[in-house]
Design a protein around this ligand. Sequence first.
Ligand SMILES: *Cc1c(COP(=O)(O)O)cnc(C)c1O
Length: 408
Amino acid sequence: MLSRRKFLRNLSSLPLVGGLLGSHAASASSTTLTAPLRRDYFKELGIRTFINAAGTYTSMTGSLMPEEVMESILYASNEFVTLDELQDKVGERIASMVKCEAATVTTGAASAITFGTAGVIAGDNPENVVQIPHLEGTDMKSEVIMQNAHKIGYAHAIRNTGAHIIYVDTQKELEKAINEKTAMLFFLNANNQQGEIKHEAWVETGKKYGIPTFNDCAADVPPVENLWKYTQMGFDLVCFSGGKGIQGPQSAGLLLGRKDLIAAARMHAPPRGNTVGRGMKVNKEEILGMMVALEMYVNKDHEAEWKMWEQQIAHIADAVKDIEGVTTETFVPDLANHVPTLKVAWDDSKIQHDNDSLHEAMRSGHPSIEVAGWGSEPQIQITTWMLIPGQERAVANRLREVLMEASA
Ligand SMILES: *Cc1c(COP(=O)(O)O)cnc(C)c1O
């Protein structure tokens, strides 16, 4: 075996060595690459890589998977297994980890919504499975109810099954809207506060009328307890994204809940072909990777991690808060992306940047940095949970530099 240094020395005679040691390889986190890099694909392709001080954004490719997850993916890639047996066994393991009746790995939270809804609508009837998404003229239920305050684009995943969404505002409207066509009551966890009908009332109403309830918790870890809180509260189905806070594969997710409904959802999943879910296949590598990511997530020291995030946020805030015209504020969103978040605002008569130009300045430095907080106001938002530890220094230095350079 070549030592790392020797390997690097040998590599230096190759043409692609420039930028080989990106910020990731140089850091000391669990994502450090211990195997030698053979090719720098992103560089080869001319693709910008960046420090992610924004958060778990789909467009920014979600999160980074720990090395153990990558090992499980590599492990799985060397063997054949049957897809159903793998889903069965991994599902059992996941269900016991997150204390629910049953679970399955999907291609993400959005596909979990489609699978879950399809399962509720078609039940265990194979003829129904084939009919979806054409519900008209069948005896399948075709309406899903949700609150206006929970309106979200991802609800398209419900409509993929052929179901229509009925929107309501109040408990009274909800009960009035329920009829013999009502298949499911859909809840968006992140918007609990905004809606008039809260978690418990939603669940209770479902039980009262015998209609399954679904809670979309895609971006709702941390806290880790959310992985079992909502199934235990009585939601019949709950979904999470694999590639957000759990740091599993971005194209994986979890559907958790009642045994009969998970079994029904699986009837729409590959390897079965004549189904709405055929295009939402999870490969064995990602099924296993999802399980291992969840294990790591459940077992990690969440308190220590939280403290680290707070320190990183404080470090960045400290670097800029004395700049004239700059104000900083730290907060934690109640639900969804529940992590320490730094808001940096500036007086644009003192600092010559608008929102866009500040994003661009952070993006165009070396290393490139992405931050969050878009809109017309002169302010950005920063989270540190997607940083490789140590990167907060680069974020702090660059943010200070960008703000100082534009100071009047
Ligand atoms: C991210 C997100 C989704 C989609 O999740 P994927 O895992 O990318 O499919 C659905 N609902 C909410 C609320 C989300 O935040």
